[in-house]
Design a protein around this ligand. Sequence first.
Ligand code: IDP
Ligand code: MG
Length: 144
Amino acid sequence: MSNRTLAILKPDCVKKNLIGKVITQIQDAGFTVLGMKMVKLTEDSAKGFYEVHEARPFFKDLIVYMTSGPCVPIALEKENAVEDFRKLIGATDPAKAAEGTIRKLYAASIQENIVHGSDSDENASKEISHFFSSKELLEINGWK
Ligand code: IDP
Ligand code: MG
C-alpha cells in the first residue's frame, strides 16, 4: 500500500463548492484517483475514523464538523503518496501552511481545513479500508 493515500474533501470543501478546484490541484500534482464517493459520515463512522484523537480537547468539535454535511473520500495513488500528499495540502493550521498548498489557499481555520491526508502508509491502508473495500477498488479499476 505504500503508493496509496486517503484524501477526504471535508464538509467545508463541499459547502464552499471547491470540490473541482481541489481535485484539479490533486490530479495536477500527479495523483491518480482509484476510488471516490460522496458520503455523509455518521457520528459512529467519524468517531471510528478519528479514534486516535479521542482524548484531544478538539475531538467533540471535530466530530460535529465532520458530520455537518457530505464529504468526499478519495483513494489516491502516486509514488511516495503519503508524504507527497501531506506536502500538497500543507500544515494542519492554514496560518502555518506553506504558500500554494491546498490548506493555505482555501482553509478557514485549524479545524475547518478543507482536506484530510493520511499520515503514514499503515494509516493510509486502514483509512482507505474505512471507505472502500479492496474488492470494490479492484472492480472499479478493472483489475479482477
Ligand atoms: P491533520 O489533519 O493535519 O493530520 P490532525 O492532528 O491529525 O491533523 O488532526 C485531525 C483534524 O482535527 C485536523 O485536520 C483538524 O480538522 C482537526 N484539528 C486538529 N488540531 C486541532 C485544533 O487544535 N483545534 C481544532 N481542530 C483541530
Ligand atoms: Mg492526521
